[in-house]
Design a protein around this ligand. Structure first.
Ligand code: MG
Length: 157
């Protein structure tokens, strides 16, 4: 069996009058994240992990933020596009492990929905999608500034 591992990281600023979308799930909150697309930092981290595993560059190369086609784009659609590259390379996703760093909102009530939402385009079940949440404790940045997400993925063939 051939295996490849990939890692992704993304960070978006909070913004007023924006939806908060994480892993393709809209989460009720008093603000969202700033970005050219839907600013789904978690899905972006997963996309970068997949691209990293195959050494195929990064999300900015595949979906330039200067391209009007990706304005407010659904990041799950971007994930599906990247999964075609994974399939073309002859690989399947084994599992994904993610961490979201934010103080608010509480993500626990939404975790199962987020895991299921990410699992579908990845071709796996939610048992193979881990999403953890941790708080900033005021270190590195405060909750008033932004939200960051990290993802590690294992591909196999
Ligand atoms: Mg991003």
């Amino acid at each position: 069996m051939n295996m490849r591992i990939g890692y992704g990281f993304d960070l978006h600023r909070w913004a007023e009058n924006r939806r908060l979308v994480l892993g393709g799930v809209t989460i009720p909150h008093n603000r969202g994240l700033l970005g050219h697309s839907d600013a789904d930092a978690l899905t972006h981290a997963v996309i970068d992990a997949l691209l990293g595993a195959l050494a195929l560059g990064d999300i900015g190369q595949h979906f330039p933020d200067t391209d009007p086609r990706f304005k407010d784009a659904d990041s799950l659609k971007m994930l599906r596009t990247i999964m075609l590259l994974v399939q073309d390379a002859g690989y399947r996703v084994g599992n994904v492990d993610c961490t979201v760093v934010t103080d608010t909102p509480k993500l626990a009530p939404h975790m199962l929905a987020i895991r299921r939402s990410l699992a579908q385009p990845l071709g796996i079940t939610e048992k193979d999608v881990s999403v953890k949440a941790t708080r900033t404790e005021g270190v590195i940045m405060t909750s008033s500034e932004g939200l960051l997400a990290m993802a590690t993925v294992l591909l196999w063939q």
